[in-house]
Ligand binder design. Sequence first.
Ligand code: GDP
Ligand code: IMO
Ligand code: MG
Length: 432
Amino acid sequence: MDAKEQRYIMATTILVGAQWGDEGKGKIIDVLTDRNDIVVRYAGGNNAGHTVEVGDQKFVLHLIPSGILHPGKVCVIGNGVVVDPVALVAEMDGLVKRGIKVGSDRLLLSETAHMVLPYHRELDAQREVLKGKQKIGTTKRGIGPAYGDKAARIGLRMIDMAKPKEFSEKLARKVKENNEILRALGAKPLPVAAISQEYLAAAKRLRPFVANTVVYLHNAMKAGKNILFEGAQGTFLDIDHGTYPYVTSSNTTAGGACTGSGVPPNKMNTVIAVMKAYTTRVGEGPLPTENAMISDLLHGLGREFGATTGRPRRVGWFDAVATRHAAMVNGIDELAVTNLDGLDTLERIKICVAYRAGGKTYETMPNDLAVLAKCKPVYIEMDGWKQPLHEVKTYGELPAKARAYVEKIAELTGAKLAIASIGPRREQTLTT
Ligand code: GDP
Ligand code: IMO
Ligand code: MG
């Protein structure tokens, strides 16, 4: 084992997205899984879409940790995740069909994770309609209403599936209750019997996977296992630290790994943040560096379409105000910069180093969205490298201008560069 590899052997690593999601977390998790025993999802639900390319095969994971593609590694869906049981069964079946083993020996599902149910999805869609122009642009997977029920203490949890009769009664009651709300919103009520049947069948399938994952993880740590915490979404979609209300409904930032898994802060060793060499966002809300030229460039290459909804992602220049903020709230030790190759053809590349609004300069993100909406980026410019990076084999072989760019964005973010990614595949990963 060389020194570079040694660096990634550690007890616990939290991996987060430093921007607005889709930073390439799935790819980097896949690379880091080699050096870990267990991969834990700790927040979000099947609003996530984590892409992993292995050889000529492409997988998009929504609920199951990306580590599942490595035989012999254990994957845990932690208590902080909201799980649609039917969607989870479908995802498991999809993987099994493609030859991936998904037995209860390698996938554990927290008994205290909350469920996403059909009325959450329907309410999500209806609330978006009601919001009209102010819509969030959610993935319509029911995430907001499911976390809402969790906070209101009226949710159903995985542990409820252990008693089928009571589960079925509770579920029928909840569907009827929510049908009243849906009717009041002018939407169609949901079929109680069909939902009960579908979710009871999923519950039966999932029961062997349900476990006390907090105890499991603590025993694993005692046994010296290395654990990787797979963040979903990104820092600016965090319910507390994001561009509220244009956010998701969970703590996507590093602290969420503790509350969403039951592993306390003093057991966490390293935070790795993933960020693109530019910025993307899918859904509504502020994106100060949004730019039509770079957006057209990447969409023209068939890139930057959502892995979950297929929506075109909005694209902008790299925003160091945002990533500096991300370094603050996540405590980033190391950076993985992905999609460097997306900028291959550019003559000059802009980096946002501050915002200007109303005669003021902002070096961190203002919380007032009205101010943020007025913010104009202050850019510096760097030379492009104007050559394809896909085939580069080591960090040292990168063109000097590409190295200068990636090192500049790491410096502006205020964290150590560890990985530069130059393509979607495992081997297109350069460690510094
Ligand atoms: P995640 O949600 O953070 O896991 O990211 P997504 O999977 O939603 O989106 C990232 C996209 O970028 C996927 O299509 C990846 O295959 C792709 N990707 C990741 N790293 C690179 C890279 O360095 N270069 C290129 N060309 N694609 C990458
Ligand atoms: P990964 O893990 C990018 C966005 C939605 C919307 C907002 C709220 O693949 O990076 P929600 O359905 O969560 O209520 O939607 O959050 N969003 C994501 N954007 N990547 C994701 O996940 C996202 N998950 C949610 O587009 O703007
Ligand atoms: Mg994604």
